[in-house]
Unconditional design. Structure first.
Length: 139
């Protein structure tokens, strides 16, 4: 049971896309995708997933919570590292199957488990007909 119970998505497309009701569309696994960016400079920090409990806790506490698909458990981002994500703004996309969080990161400002600020620290490049990942020179 969550503090917030989310109604099923509206069956009427106009109501879903233009109405005021927040009715997130969880997938078959009970998850909604969360895109996370820095509230100050817009840098994409990470992509994660939320179940109803994680979404409810995020709304209730103002601290980002996610569902870890690899561990199969609820995850309060930064709980062990000290790099908590305070939610400045939450938005839902047009059909409510993705959430965008603008956050401020506490601690040493790292979001990635590698210790980097962002999980998006490599660029995709093609050289000599081969695709490879290269460390980004700027963030």
């Amino acid at each position: 049971m969550t503090a917030y119970d989310f109604a099923p998505p509206a069956s009427d497309k106009r109501e879903l896309e233009e109405g005021a009701a927040f009715t997130p569309r969880f997938d078959a696994a009970g998850l909604v995708t969360a895109i996370v960016t820095d509230a100050h400079d817009g840098l994409p920090l990470m992509v994660a997933h939320m179940n109803a409990q994680a979404l409810s806790l995020t709304l209730e506490t103002g601290i980002a919570h996610y569902w870890s698909r690899s561990r199969g458990t609820l995850w309060k981002k930064g709980e062990t590292s000290g790099n908590l994500q305070r939610v400045v703004e939450m938005r839902a996309d047009c059909d409510q199957d993705a959430i965008w969080l603008r956050v401020e990161v506490a601690g040493d400002n790292a979001t990635c488990h590698t210790g980097r600020r962002s999980c998006f620290y490599r660029t995709v490049e093609i050289a000599d007909g081969k695709i490879r990942l290269v460390e980004a020179t700027s963030m």
